[in-house]
Design a protein around this ligand. Structure first.
Ligand SMILES: [Zn+2]
Length: 404
């Protein structure tokens, strides 16, 4: 094989081809570096003295079905300029990597369409090698997102399965990119983010969060003057949770009164948006029957439907009037659950209505969340939490096959 083929096919330049061997299952090219080309890996000086060699073998792109190995006796040199005693740098592979850069690029290309497992099987390397290649690439591209131009963000936590493990995710609403992934949930998870934000002097204007006291405090402390918008999806979700609790309580009551069949199986009907009720399964009729027979449930249900209108008012003033009216009606409904919810909304009034200044929500995070769910479903490889975090940071831009 010619030395120029070495360059054009395998991305190896500045080395001489010595010989090729074929042993049935693989192809090996032995190459050689001229002594005159040696230089110090630390300072670049050519004033070096050879101190023996270490024979190393590198994976290169395959030829057809045959894996290719590049074998090189890597020189150790002593530098007379800086006194370093080290192996010289190989021009075609990264330090401490046993594959060529071109092999790496090839693996990344395949990774766009195939799982780690598929790529590893195809290239006849271990799963860890491909994972490592992906990880290094993610680190290069996404480990330091630029925060300076952030204006509007959303902060939310995602559950990553096993044992209530959480990650906290910050999304740039302008670009749709995840700009931070923190360990755990709550205020602590965000500490590194605030530090980075301060360093790059970002001029944030608004942040969407849920109504959790930990987030509220963290945002107020670290982003003074930035508008807090309470995410409306979370508010409706919270109401739905309370509605479920109420239904469960009423169901228990109905059981003792012998009416349980009416409420039984209505949980999903209550939580569904009415426009999504399935006619073919009589969902609307079943829901209505349950509501007729149970006044408190009916009231809470209609109050939920009402609450959803809060985010489609013509302007902030109308929304304010609507919310005050809702809080008044809920407060005087005689239903404990509604009364408590009214109180919650009343104490978070500003942040709820701030939606009319900045129309932001966790909606855009939803798509990202779904992708993350797909990724984590095949738990493989995400024992390495750093890898998972990098994948999330790159989720908007990478076209990796999402499964591991
Ligand atoms: Zn040197």
């Amino acid at each position: 094989m010619s030395t120029s083929l070495l360059y054009h096919a395998f991305g190896i330049r500045g080395y001489k081809h010595v010989n090729s061997s074929y042993d049935g299952s693989k192809v090996t090219f032995k190459i050689h570096q001229r002594k005159t080309d040696l230089c110090c890996p630390e300072c670049g000086s050519r004033e070096v003295v050879c101190k023996g060699t270490v024979t190393r073998s590198f994976r290169a792109v395959p030829i057809g079905l045959k894996p290719v190995f590049i074998v090189l006796a890597v020189q150790r040199v002593f530098c007379q300029a800086c006194s370093a005693l080290k192996q010289v740098q190989t021009g075609f592979a990264d330090r401490r990597r046993s594959y060529t850069r071109q092999f790496e690029r090839y693996a990344l290309e395949l990774s766009q369409k195939m799982t780690i497992q598929d790529v590893a099987a195809h290239l006849k390397v271990s799963w860890d090698v491909i994972k490592d290649i992906q990880k290094q690439n993610l680190i290069r591209r996404f480990s330091r997102p630029k925060l300076r131009k952030l204006e509007q963000i959303v902060v939310d936590e995602i559950c990553i399965g096993h044992g209530q493990q959480y990650l906290t995710v910050v999304l740039d609403l302008r670009t749709g990119a995840v700009v931070f992934v923190g360990d755990g949930k709550g205020a602590d998870a965000l500490e590194p983010f605030w530090k980075r934000l301060k360093r790059c002097r970002a001029k944030l204007r608004a942040v969407a969060i849920d109504m959790s006291p930990a987030y509220i405090r963290a945002v107020r402390e670290n982003l003074p003057g930035v508008a807090v918008v309470f995410d409306h999806f979370h508010i409706v979700k919270l109401f739905n949770e309370k509605l479920s609790d109420l239904r469960r309580r009423l169901y228990r009551q109905a059981c003792s009164q012998g009416n349980k069949d009416v409420i039984k199986g209505t949980r999903w009907l209550l939580l569904k948006n009415p426009e999504n009720l399935d006619e073919s399964r009589n969902e609307l009729q079943r829901l209505q029957k349950a509501l007729e027979l149970n006044k408190p449930l009916a009231t809470a249900y209609y109050m939920k439907e009402d609450l959803r209108q809060l985010w489609s008012q013509p302007d902030k003033q109308k929304a304010y009037e609507f919310l005050i009216d809702w809080i008044y009606r809920a407060g005087s409904s005689g239903i404990d659950m509604l009364r408590r919810f009214a109180k919650t909304l009343a104490t978070h009034l500003d942040g709820i209505l701030a939606y009319y200044d900045y129309r932001i929500s966790t909606g855009p995070l939803e798509g990202t969340n779904n992708k993350i769910k797909t990724m984590k479903r095949q738990a493989y490889g995400f024992r390495d939490i750093e890898f998972l975090k990098l994948k999330i940071l790159g989720i908007h831009a990478t076209r990796y096959a999402l499964v591991g």
